[in-house]
Design a protein around this ligand. Structure first.
Ligand SMILES: *Cc1c(COP(=O)(O)O)cnc(C)c1O
Length: 230
């Protein structure tokens, strides 16, 4: 079996699981974006998934993405030729001093979580003329060591981001490990609804079906598509 078959097989298996979860939830498959999280994976590991038709990819570090994606985008089929164009998502913590590079490379940023970063991103949008979609990351389990804006600060951060001209489209969260994630997904959905945000970036390899049941629109799947990370 070639690498392309392997990538296509893995993608098809995840696609079938997404379709089934969407059906159980009474939702359309088209409401859910599958983001393939390719952090730590090499260009040679990622390219077969691009060739298999996967269009959205996520990375957690700006420098790693800058090292891999220009070459991968060169290889990606031209828009229209296979019906897809690659979109890049940043899902990891973003340092303010990398905001300009991030805005230049990524189509979506899922980790907007503090006031200083909103300011840096707004300056980067002005400087580059690019305006990526933004998700505000919420520290949904109120965990000391985790990224994300405290729930109590969400209203203020959202209005700051909107006033600064960022294209805020939704909320993102990573629930606490090793506990039932559904209540945290449900809380994120409630917060998004309260703030009039349509998109919910939640659900990873271990729990994306649960996330879909609770309304996820953007699921971030790494291990289940690429195998375990070294
Ligand atoms: C690594 C990562 C993922 C993917 O995790 P898997 O368990 O490998 O699917 C999703 N979201 C974020 C923020 C990540 O850092």
């Amino acid at each position: 079996m070639s690498d392309i078959d392997t990538a296509a097989d893995r993608l098809a298996a995840i696609e079938a699981r997404i379709a089934r979860a969407a059906e159980l939830a009474g939702r359309q498959r088209g409401e859910i974006e599958l983001i393939a999280i390719s952090k730590t994976k090499s260009i040679d590991e990622i390219a077969p998934l691009v060739a298999a038709g996967q269009a959205s990819f996520g990375e957690n570090r700006v420098q790693e993405a800058e090292a891999k994606w220009p070459a991968l985008l060169d290889r990606a089929p031209p828009p229209g030729s296979q019906g897809h164009e690659v979109k890049l998502h940043l899902v990891g913590r973003l340092q303010s001093n990398k905001a300009k590079e991030a805005v230049a490379l990524f189509d979506s940023i899922h980790s907007v979580d503090r006031s200083s970063l909103v300011e840096a991103l707004a300056r980067a949008v002005d400087a580059t003329g690019r305006r990526p979609d933004c998700f505000v990351q919420v520290n949904i389990g109120e965990e000391a060591q985790k990224g994300g804006c405290p729930i109590d600060d969400l209203t203020g951060l959202l209005s700051q981001a909107r006033d600064a001209g960022l294209a805020v489209i939704g909320l993102m969260a990573v629930p606490p490990l090793a506990v039932e994630p559904a209540p945290y997904f449900a809380l994120l959905a409630k917060l998004a609804k309260r703030h009039g945000l349509a998109r919910l970036s939640m659900g990873m390899s271990a729990d994306f079906e649960t996330a879909i049941m609770v309304g996820a629109t953007d699921i971030r799947v790494g291990t289940a598509l690429f195998g375990t990370r070294r």
